[in-house]
Design a protein around this ligand. Structure first.
Ligand code: NDP
Length: 240
């Protein structure tokens, strides 16, 4: 029987590419999403991947959602924490709401999703927790004090939890994408996009599939010696 993978924010953008790549690699995939029913419906129609709606910012909803996925598909061995939002503003204009929303989704979302799954992974002596952080969590970004703090927090979470999971066969890793050609980035005016591309040594934006391939590798049995690490996938834009 194939392993079950759950991808948060798995019906659009980078998450959709991750869901599809995991399915192509032989996993049974569940894609979570927050509220865009239309996109989720279209995604299921196109891929045959089941979608499940709840907010990763809500602990109880995560526990319930996970229980539902497991009752339908079986125990979840692979968790991809991909769901994320931006609420950008220069710090002097940033509201508490903008701060809290980003923290609740991009950082607490990792706790809310990983915590209910952790006992089962420990019991089965196998697990993969893969979180999508960001280049801006590594280097900081003007107008993103909230987002950069949360994404840097994801890396601390990953390194701490990797130590706790190691003896139980659970690896915990993060991926830091650079600029990826999702709807959000393609909506930026072409001139601005070109100025961004000029700062990327490989000379192009990343594709969602560039990130999806990293996830498939980290999810595999062959990646069992890699834990607590960060894969930087940014075309050379920022070297750590
Ligand atoms: P998109 O905005 O295209 O998609 C975000 C996905 O997350 C959607 O499926 C959305 O659901 C879901 N989502 C948002 N909030 C929640 C929530 N509270 N609970 C459950 N699901 C939620 O984002 P990207 O594909 O661009 O980004 C994916 C991840 O990659 C994010 O963590 C982002 O920070 C990170 N990243 C992206 C980069 C880029 O260049 N695009 C660069 C670096 C990192 P719904 O469809 O219902 O709205």
């Amino acid at each position: 029987m194939s392993r079950v993978a759950l991808v948060t924010g798995g019906s659009r953008g980078i998450g959709a590419a991750i869901s599809k790549a995991l399915k192509a690699a032989g996993y049974t995939v569940a894609a979570n999403y927050a509220g865009n029913d239309e996109a989720a419906g279209k995604f299921t129609e196109e891929t045959g991947i089941k979608t499940y709606k709840w907010s990763v910012a809500d602990y109880d909803a995560c526990a319930e959602g996970i229980a539902k996925v497991e009752s339908e598909l079986g125990p979840i061995d692979i968790l991809v924490n991909n769901a994320g939002i931006t609420r950008d503003a220069p710090f002097h204009k940033m509201t508490r709401e903008q701060w809290t929303q980003v923290m609740d989704t991009n950082l607490s979302g990792l706790f809310n999703m990983t915590h209910p799954l952790w006992p089962g992974m420990r019991e089965r002596k196998f697990g993969r927790v893969i979180s999508i952080s960001s280049i801006n969590g590594q280097k900081g970004q003007f107008g993103q004090a909230n987002y950069s703090a949360a994404k840097a927090g994801d890396l601390g979470f990953t390194k701490a939890l990797a130590q706790e999971g190691a003896r139980a066969g659970i690896t915990v890793n993060a991926i830091c994408p650079g600029y990826i050609a999702t709807e959000m980035v393609m909506a930026v005016p072409e001139k601005v996009r070109e100025s961004i591309i000029a700062t990327i040594p490989v000379g192009r934006l990343g594709e969602p599939e560039d990130i999806a391939r990293c996830v498939v590798f980290l999810a595999s049995d062959e990646a069992g010696f890699i834990t607590g690490s960060t894969i930087t996938a940014n075309g050379g834009q920022y070297l750590t």
